[in-house]
Ligand binder design. Structure first.
Ligand SMILES: Cc1cc2nc3c(=O)[nH]c(=O)nc-3n(C[C@H](O)[C@H](O)[C@H](O)COP(=O)(O)OP(=O)(O)OC[C@H]3O[C@@H](n4cnc5c(N)ncnc54)[C@H](O)[C@@H]3O)c2cc1C
Length: 338
């Protein structure tokens, strides 16, 4: 490492907000950065779905160390000051890696809907599912399909507003997931929009579905806090350029689920979060690296079935299962290595 680079590492105070996949990747690249997270434990999101099939919470959350454990409440970008519930913190450069939220408050009766965004919401859903007979899942993306595969012994309906499952992924993903879900006895309704949710039903533009526990799997936004900050954002994601730099502030970067790259649609995935976290850190350190998204693996897990793509090669069965398990274990090892 050159002396100049060493100086930047030591003297330029870089703060990373969020110690999920993107934030941790940034921290591993530059261990001198300060990383802040509200949670003592790291959550392994793909395993969170397995909570519904009976895995215990300690399979999903693990102890890890962050520099400052606190909840970010606000950021004064002009003063370069982060306000947390524990203490205020200044920065020279900032990386926002605060992950995602869900927004379903636009659905009438949203108070009867369970979210699935963090461990707290997952535990609430699990408790509700255990007491219920009829489950309705709003949304047939990967989350809806994987949740339906994980919940056993219930009457499950997926309501999808579009005409296929896993939209945004290749058509064969739709056919494979529909086939698996039908084998598992899951009812899948297409082209039906949810109009209202009540305590025991989901009302669509086509009728009424019995539901004792309704879960929203209709997509994620960036972290809802971001829309409250004084920074340009889209769906609660910081709008950044191809260098992952915010449009408003030269010293502010975003990565992973918290970034919206101008004129580009980038999937919300672990691979993208990790690679963008590294790029954001490189640029915060003074490099000028364009972020080139490459979501080289995509494995779907529905019950005991695994399928997807790995470097554009379709994979399924034990190979797909192995790739998924290995990737998840590697993410966990990374998260615990900071
Ligand atoms: C159920 C589920 C399953 C998934 N399965 C897969 C999969 O199989 N493959 C895949 O590639 N992707 C999967 N994903 C997506 C993947 O997990 C995310 O894209 C990835 O975690 C994004 O990384 P991130 O660093 O942007 O955010 P996160 O990993 O969400 O990290 C955000 C961090 O910010 C912290 N934080 C949030 N708010 C605050 C605050 N106010 N103050 C302080 N800290 C805060 C959180 O505690 C968290 O540690 C899944 C997501 C979910 C929800």
């Amino acid at each position: 490492m050159s002396n100049n680079r060493q100086d930047i590492y030591m003297t330029h105070k870089i703060v990373i907000l969020g110690a999920g996949i993107g934030g941790v990747a940034a921290k591993i690249y530059n261990k001198n950065a300060i990383i802040v997270d509200k949670n003592e434990k790291v959550t392994v999101f793909p395993r969170m779905i397995q909570l519904l099939s009976g895995y215990p919470p300690d399979h999903i959350q693990y102890e890890r160390r962050v520099d400052i454990q606190g909840t970010v409440k606000n950021i004064n970008f002009k003063e370069k000051l982060i306000i947390t519930d524990k203490k205020n913190l200044s920065y020279d450069s900032l990386i926002i890696a605060l992950g995602k939220s869900q927004n379903y408050s636009f659905i009438p009766g949203h108070e009867y809907i369970y979210g699935f965004n963090d461990m707290q919401s997952a535990m609430k859903l699990k408790a509700a599912v255990d007491k219920s007979k009829h489950i309705c899942i709003i949304g047939g993306g990967y989350l809806g399909a994987e949740l339906a595969g994980a919940i056993k012994g219930k009457d499950i309906t997926i309501v999808e507003a579009g005409k296929r499952l896993l939209s945004g992924l290749p058509e064969r993903y739709h056919r494979m997931s529909l086939d698996i879900l039908q084998k598992l006895g899951v009812r899948v309704l297409f082209n039906e929009k949810v109009k209202e949710v009540t305590e025991n039903s989901v009302i669509t533009d086509n009728g009424k579905i019995k539901s004792d526990a309704t879960v929203f799997a209709g997509g994620f936004t960036g972290n809802s806090l971001i829309s409250e900050l004084d920074i340009k954002n889209k769906n609660s994601k910081v709008i950044v350029d191809e260098y992952l730099k915010s449009k408003d502030y030269d010293d502010v970067y975003a990565c992973g689920d918290s970034m919206a790259i101008e004129n580009s649609i980038v999937p919300m995935s672990a691979i993208i979060a990790r690679s963008s976290g590294i790029t954001a850190m490189k640029n915060a350190l003074g490099e000028n690296k364009k972020f080139i998204p490459d979501n080289f693996a995509n494995i779907i897990e529905i019950g005991d079935y695994y399928f997807g793509d790995f470097f554009n090669v379709p994979v399924s069965g034990v190979i797909a299962r192995f790739i998924k398990k290995a990737a998840v274990s590697q993410s966990l090892n990374f998260a615990r290595s900071i």
